[in-house]
Structure formats: C-alpha cells, structure tokens
Design a binder for this molecule. Structure first.
Ligand code: CA
Length: 362
C-alpha cells in the first residue's frame, strides 16, 4: 500500500516536471499545435538536379513528417532574391530558410570555406566525422551566430572532377598561362602555379570554353557537366577534383525563427536534413557512375588522371595559400588549425581503410 502511494506520488511529480518543462522550453504548448508557413530560398537554378531537387525533397519530407505543421515553400535562386543574397535574406529574417554552400560567403566570412571544402581537404566521410563529432559544427554555429543564422549540414557533392581542358596537362609547365574557370581557394592555388583563374557563372561556361575564351573549366562531375554540354566544348576530362574533394551544403535557418519552433519540429528539421544529406550524396554517386559510363562511349573525349607531379605541386601550393590566408586573419587561422588537426589524424585512419583497400585492386 505504502509502495503504491509512493509510486503514485512519483508519477504525479514526473507529470508536473513534464508540464513545467514544456511551458518553459522553446516548444510551448501553444506552439506545438501551430502551423508554421516558411519560405526557403536557394542558391541553385530552378529544377537544378540533385541540389534544388534535394532542397525540395527536404521541404516535402518535413511537411509529411510534421503532418503539415511546418510548411516550407521552396524558391530557386532569383525567384525571390538573387542566388547570392540567400545568406543576407536569412540573416535579416525576411526569409526563414536558405540552402547553399558556405564558400559562397567567402567574401564576408573567409573561414566559412572550411565548412564547404578546401583544396586537398577532407572527403565527405571525414567532413561529416569532423562536423558531427570533431567540433566542426559547433565552430560553424559560433561563426554564423553574429549573422543570426543557425546552420545545419545538408548535402554533399562527393569528390568532384578536375575539369575540362582543351590542352593536355602533362606537367606543371602546362599550367603556365592556363586560363581556367576556377573560383575560390582553388583559383588562388592555380594562380600560384602560373595559371590565370577566371571567375564565371555556370551559364557562361559552355560558350566561353567552346569559343576558346578560356582553356579549361571545372564544374561538378560527369552528370552535371554533361548536362551543361561540356563534353562538346573540350576534349580532355581530368580527375580528381583536387580543389573540391567533397563540397558540403548547408541549410541556413534564421535564429529567431528557429527558436520559435517547438522541439518536435526542430527534430523533424534535423532528421530530414540528415536524410537529405545522405540522399544527395548517394544520388551524386549513382548519377555520376551512370554518366561516366555514357561518357566513355564518346569518341571525342579522353578521360585522364592528372600526373602525380602536377598533384604534388598543387598540394604544396595549397599549403602555402592556406598558411598565407591564416597569417592574414586570426579567425581563418583558428578554423584552419582545427580542420587541419582533424584531417591529419583522420588521414591515418583513412590510409589504413579506404586508401589501403582501394590499392588492393591494382
Ligand atoms: Ca565545382
């Protein structure tokens, strides 16, 4: 009898605890029944396969899982705001959500590039280990905090291709004077190697390469590159994409709007984002496998591996470039040190697993 009373008291206490918790926490009882209608703007063109498609799939999943309580309408780049104003629109709170990649904001936040990708950086596996367990995501959130943005990783392209060339790259000397569309840190490295990096949007690449305005370009991988027709504009297709070994995408959420969501909707957003990351990554792996098989049937294209000497030189110049950037900015240096520290340790494990396993096929 005594025991039953105690159990009853404990049960009541736990109910009280739950009750007060739900009222004090971010997920208030009133908010849990509320419907949220949000907008998401992206940096991608309308109908862009995998990237824009993935953002739409995320919104559809959230709507289904929340039974319509979080309804996100997705807009491609330029539909509501210009693609490269996605970050500012979410930061100001006029738009609740955005989708892009942190290196687009390098002009404003140079160290954000480590949360996207850097030349000779980590592949998706290492990136995700660093972000979710190695302190990377905490650092990322701290860096976006002054901009009122709560970032969640959402998507990865996998290792990209080195690009399309109208001249063979047989040695480091062949990079001299090479006019190549290559944005960001990769472009800075190419310049140190004697090349001329050119900035150009996706829409301009085909014509520039076909007309010889540029000698070479990078884009993504076989699937997206063939859709752009690059196999008709250049003869040599080089790998690997040393400049983008696994570009991470991001879900940007305005901090004030994020705090208004009840806990179950927050969890749904996080779970749908994780599922979308996986979906984008495996979609890229599959579609690139299919596209490469098709590309191999095309007689006018030669798929070539960069010579080891060229990779070694670009790797060396990447270290010089990153050290220079770190020297110029304490913020960049802090993220660089953290990233490099994890990458160095992870490389030892990667050497014994992925690298050693891949060598067994030779
Ligand atoms: Ca690229």
């Amino acid at each position: 009898m005594m025991l039953r009373n105690i159990t009853l008291i404990l049960f009541c206490l736990s109910l009280l605890a739950c009750g007060s918790g739900s009222q004090q926490g971010s997920g208030s009882a009133a908010a849990s029944g509320k419907t949220f209608r949000w907008k998401m703007v992206t940096t991608w063109p309308a109908n862009f396969p995998v990237f824009q498609e993935g953002a739409q799939k995320f919104a559809d999943d959230v709507r289904t899982m929340s039974n319509g309580r979080l309804d996100i309408q997705v807009f491609a780049g330029g539909e509501l705001v210009p693609a490269l104003q996605t970050f500012d629109a979410v930061s100001q709170g006029s738009i609740e959500m955005g989708h892009g990649s942190p290196y687009y904001w390098a002009g404003k936040i140079p160290e954000a590039q480590f949360f996207s990708t850097v030349p000779f950086g980590m592949t998706a596996r290492g990136m995700h280990a660093w972000l979710f367990h190695g302190g990377g995501l905490e650092m990322w959130r701290e860096i976006y905090q002054p901009f009122n943005i709560h970032p969640i990783p959402m998507g990865n392209t996998g290792i990209q291709m080195g690009g399309w060339f109208n001249k063979r790259v047989d040695s480091v000397a062949d990079l001299q004077g090479l006019r190549m569309r290559m944005p960001g840190l990769g472009g800075k490295v190419l310049k140190k190697a004697g090349g001329n990096p050119v900035l150009m949007s996706g829409g301009e690449i085909y014509t520039a390469l076909e007309r010889g305005i540029i000698d070479a370009t990078e884009w993504v991988g076989p699937f997206h590159d063939m859709r752009l027709g690059l196999n008709r504009a250049a003869q040599y297709y080089y790998y690997p994409g040393w400049h983008e070994p696994g570009t991470e995408f991001e879900l940007l959420i305005n901090q004030a709007h994020w705090q208004q969501l009840p806990d179950d909707l927050k969890k749904i957003v996080e779970t749908a984002a994780a599922a979308t990351t996986d979906w984008m990554y495996i979609s890229m792996e599959y579609l690139n496998t299919q596209a490469l098989a098709e590309l191999n049937t095309k007689k006018n294209v030669e798929v070539l591996e960069f010579p080891a000497e060229v990779m070694a030189e670009l790797r060396k110049l990447t270290v010089v470039t990153l050290e220079e950037e770190a020297e110029a900015s304490p913020k960049f240096k802090r993220v660089y040190e953290a990233y490099k520290g994890f990458q160095t340790e992870y490389a030892k494990w990667g050497e014994m697993t992925e690298a050693a396993y891949q060598r067994t096929k030779q």
